[in-house]
Design a protein around this ligand. Sequence first.
Ligand code: APR
Length: 177
Amino acid sequence: MVAIEVVRGDITSLEVDAIVNAANSSLMGGGGVDGAIHRAAGPSLLEECRAIVARQGGCPPGEAVMTGAGDLKATVVIHTVGPVWQPGEGDRLDPILASCYTTSLRLAADAGCRSIAFPNISTGVYGYPKDRAADVAVGAVRSLVAGRGGGSIERILFVCFDDDNAELYEARVAASG
Ligand code: APR
């Protein structure tokens, strides 16, 4: 049985095996949760990202790469790139956002992780409507777990940095439980 939980606060403080970063395609860091994770993890994270980019280029939206976690309490950081919101394009962008969650879960499971924490991907700088993003995120996670795609994963946390998102995710996780 996989536990799906909603927590409020700073993702960098969590003791989980995998922390998911809402990165950009360059993988060179940024603001928001990307900036917080790089600051808390220390310079080794950027060094690993640079090596990945040198090897395989940047990370397209919907895909994810995995690094160590530097000074974070986690074991790995999974950097995924959400879609930038464009009004009227939701039907095309939703599957890309869903892929951020499913691809990150698969990478974490392949690495034998038992717990993973997600920020609310694309709902900050990338401007995704929070309610729509919450529907996509919870739906994608629920369907992957239902299909036993979670492998070693036992705990999935949605980490909400603001009250709006916390209410949205609590309602959706409860409704789909
Ligand atoms: N812990 C948890 N969540 C956080 C934290 C934190 N420390 N800091 C910010 N957040 C939340 C934001 O409030 C938002 O709900 O993470 C969510 C995602 O917002 P962004 O970090 O802006 O990410 P996103 O919208 O996906 O935009 C990605 O922003 O920081 C840049 O380099 C990043 O270019 C990329 C873009």
